[in-house]
Design a protein around this ligand. Structure first.
Ligand SMILES: C[S@@+](CC[C@H](N)C(=O)[O-])C[C@H]1O[C@@H](n2cnc3c(N)ncnc32)[C@H](O)[C@@H]1O
Length: 278
């Protein structure tokens, strides 16, 4: 069996002429067509090289990924939020962290680190995402602000990022799929969700944010920190749209929550301490 550590692998792939040839489109088609007729050892060798190449590609994507959330400023809001929640309802009452829009995991990693720093080892992190980017009809909302398929990170890439950041995956549940299919009672029961204490809405699009907020409503008990990453969407000049519109409607329609401003970590973001009043 080929064993390579991750630092060796890219160099070996770069310098292996046969693999370079195999990756050129014409030869790749010829090799692939001939492969089923090759003897077992050749096919096994190819499979090993393919697995290695996939690993190397993934590592490259992990190291070159974009970070959409400013880490230290975001962590500062989380730290303050956790402190406030602990002061108001005690450590044991802190429930799940729910994130709507995980992309490649920057904000989820920040929350993981902040929970560790606060010693809140019982809090689970549950992330919802299509892992296919923004929905196909995203351009029909919010005055055409969004591009369908943008902000796309596959489940395997996001998992690789979390692993590279030393996030304990046993504390993380990633729920792949479109919100309209995943945000339902079935999911609440399957993951035995009882209380959400910190909620990160980072799915940009109005309808997605609305689905996320409605999903969270029955899980907000007492207080929760609610964070919107794109509360003031760039290019919409303060119009009531996107996550802000979803939140305004949510407060109005449910009628049982009070929201208190909790600052922001970037110009377009906004955080709130939300309290169930009955
Ligand atoms: C701005 S990115 C999230 C950034 C992330 N919080 C980070 O730290 O990098 C928005 C994400 O929302 C997801 N998303 C938006 N609308 C969705 C929907 N209706 N269903 C599922 N995922 C959705 C996209 O797939 C994308 O990954």
């Amino acid at each position: 069996m080929t064993t390579l550590d991750s630092s060796q692998a890219p160099t070996l792939l770069r310098h292996n002429p046969l693999l370079k040839l195999w990756r050129t489109p014409v030869f790749n088609r010829v090799f692939n067509a001939a492969l089923p007729y090759a003897p077992d050892p050749v096919r096994q060798w190819v499979e090993r090289k393919r697995t290695l190449a996939r690993k190397v590609d993934l590592q490259k994507l992990v190291s070159q990924r974009s970070r959409l959330v400013p880490e230290s400023a975001f962590r500062e809001v989380l730290a303050r939020g956790l402190e406030t929640l602990i002061a108001r309802q005690g450590r044991e009452a802190i429930g799940d962290y729910l994130e709507f829009g995980v992309y490649n995991g920057t904000s989820l990693t920040c929350m993981y680190r902040e929970l560790k720093a606060s010693g809140l080892d019982h809090v689970r992190l549950i992330g919802f995402d299509s892992f296919q980017g923004l929905p196909p009809d995203a351009h029909l909302e919010d005055e055409g602000r969004w591009r369908p398929g943008s902000c796309c990170s596959s489940l395997s890439l996001t998992t690789a990022v979390l692993e590279a950041e030393n996030v304990d995956l046993s504390r993380v549940t990633l729920v792949p799929g479109w919100f309209r299919d995943t945000l339902n009672r079935d999911t609440i029961n399957r993951h035995e969700m009882r209380r959400a204490s910190v909620i990160m809405i980072d799915c940009d699009v109005y309808s997605a944010a609305k689905d996320a907020l409605n999903f969270c409503a029955p899980l907000i008990d007492g207080h929760a920190l609610l964070i919107f990453d794109e509360y003031w969407p760039h290019g919409l000049d303060g119009k009531l749209a996107g996550e802000r519109r979803a939140f305004a409607e949510f407060l109005d329609e449910w009628g049982c929550f009070e929201a208190q401003s909790f600052g922001s970590y970037i110009r377009r973001s906004e955080a709130f301490l939300i309290t169930r009043t009955f």
